[in-house]
Design a protein around this ligand. Structure first.
Ligand code: GDP
Ligand code: GDP
Length: 459
């Protein structure tokens, strides 16, 4: 049985872009089905190893004449009814429009399950629309950027239960484990899909030892596949296994040297670093023990946090340090004051040259990835919320009225992102939001990863 996904939404939300991303180069069968959907396209999609049929309903707007309602019904009825699940796309940058509501109301009446997808969520411009999307009452929106390929793993996770329900996974004679999402919804910890490696990148200023570290990793007989062409023209990636888990290292100058792809010694440029960070899940920021946390280091660390990636700091050349204890204390103090956004970030001291500490670094990468993926059950979150509010209530509103915080839920993982529903979201002081974030970090053991907390007006 083939699992079929229909992409629905008003014009310009990015349906075709998502379709193309899912179908990729295999872009296939673009067929005309006269009288049904002029521009309905179908293709075979692959997402994290899961295969399905995808139907794009873009183009209904050109279908002359009738009311939006009528056109909508005709164009999407067939596609949706034939599908196992519908993706309702909205444009998070534009926010929720009346036409989006039309679609939501319409889909609600059909038996096909719906996943709400908030597109154009790259960067920060999508955030307000993403939270507005909750108001559609179609469940938790999955934030993606079809154009930039972000959120595809979350989309995979959202589709997973539907693929299972449709029996697509059994029938295709696949090993189910290959498709297992990292724990189900309520799981505290995620295990990576064994079929899919954790992606990491090594960044840092020139001469801190990135290449040496890369080569050390490769030199340890753990390589599964050789350097291969990667996501961008000059990026390369290698995969290996550690304690039964797969890791993929992308885009390091060191690997490139080893592979003799380029003999140019790459100097750090912010542009390159941002690219690398975006390609990865965990970022290892290498610093030289002799010059810890200078301005450039902090700039990179903030970039990692801003991009929502999991950060691990590697203090290299530890073999050269005379007084490790003092050095370590100085480092922790500086981190604490300079990088409050990633409080408790894991730091590993090592020598890339001798290999000492490299195993601990990989352990830290795996642990940080787990934290970054963690999902906290809503009931526990709200029990915690009640307690912290009681212990330290938010300041009163002007006029002495009580500030009401209603409810909290984790909107997504990677990084952990929470939505707080309150009466007057814009009037909760920044200091109180920090108090909540720090509390979340401690109560639910989320050290060293970015935590997002968004406010939303709600009952
Ligand atoms: P459709 O009418 O729903 O099929 O929308 P299209 O796929 O044609 O996209 C409409 C416009 O949105 C195009 O200009 C796309 O380049 C743009 N777009 C699509 N996805 C994204 C995204 O993830 N981010 C941003 N910023 N723009 C996007
Ligand atoms: P990159 O520019 O960040 O890739 O740095 P390299 O890996 O090319 O290393 C710069 C210099 O630091 C080289 O001379 C390395 O041999 C040296 N180096 C790298 N790691 C270590 C280490 O752990 N200890 C010591 N003592 N030197 C190191």
């Amino acid at each position: 049985m083939t699992f079929t996904v229909a992409i629905i939404g008003r014009p310009n939300v990015g349906k075709s872009t998502l379709f193309n991303r899912l179908v990729g180069r295999k872009l296939a069968i673009v067929h005309d089905q006269p009288g049904v959907t002029r521009d309905r396209r179908e293709g075979r999609a692959t997402l994290m190893g899961m295969e399905f049929r995808v139907v794009d309903t873009a183009g209904f707007e050109d279908d002359g004449g009738d009311s939006v309602e009528a056109r909508m019904r005709r164009q999407t009825d067939q596609a949706v009814t034939a599908a196992d699940v519908a993706l309702l796309l909205i444009d998070a940058r534009a926010g929720v429009t009346p036409l989006d509501r039309h679609f939501a109301d319409y889909l609600r009446r059909l038996p096909t399950p719906v996943i709400l997808v908030a597109n154009k969520c790259e960067g920060k411009a999508g955030a307000p629309g993403l939270y507005e999307a909750y108001g559609l009452g179609m469940g938790e929106p999955v934030p993606v950027s079809a154009e930039h390929g972000e959120g595809m793993y979350e989309l995979f996770e959202a589709l997973m239960p539907h693929a299972k329900a449709a029996g697509a996974l059994d029938d295709e004679d696949e090993d189910e484990d290959d498709f297992a999402p990292p724990g189900d919804e309520e799981a505290e910890d995620a295990e990576p899909d064994p079929g899919r490696p954790l992606t990491m990148v090594i960044v840092g200023r020139p001469n801190v030892g990135k290449s040496t570290l890369g080569n050390q990793l490769l030199g340890q007989d753990r390589l599964l596949t050789g350097p291969e062409a990667g996501l961008t023209r000059d990026a390369i990636a290698v995969e290996w296994e550690h304690k039964g888990r797969r890791l993929k290292l992308v885009d390091t100058a060191g690997l490139r040297k080893k592979a003799q792809i380029s003999d140019a010694i790459e100097k750090l440029s912010v542009g390159n670093t941002i690219e690398s960070i975006r390609m990865s899940e965990v970022v290892v920021l290498v610093m030289d023990a002799a010059a810890i946390l200078d301005k450039q280091d902090l700039t990179i660390a903030r970039l990692v946090v801003d991009e929502g990636r999991a950060l691990v700091i590697a203090i290299n050349k530890w073999d050269m340090v005379d007084d490790p204890q003092t050095a370590l204390k100085r480092l922790r103090d500086r981190l604490e004051t300079s990088l409050p956004q990633a409080k408790g970030v894991t730091t590993v001291t090592l020598s890339a040259l001798t290999g000492r500490g490299v195993d601990r670094l990989i352990d830290a990468v795996l642990e940080t990835w787990d934290t970054w993926n963690r999902r906290i059950p809503t009931a526990g979150l709200n029990r915690w919320l009640e307690e912290v509010i009681e212990r330290h209530p938010p300041p009163a509103l002007p006029g002495g009225r009580r500030y009401k915080i209603r409810y909290m839920t984790q909107a997504k993982a990677r990084p952990p992102t929470f939505v707080l529903f309150a009466t007057k979201p814009d009037q909760l002081p920044e200091s109180y939001i920090r108090y909540l974030i720090n509390g979340l970090r401690e109560a639910f053991k989320l050290p060293g990863v970015p935590i997002r907390l968004h406010m939303r007006a709600g009952k």
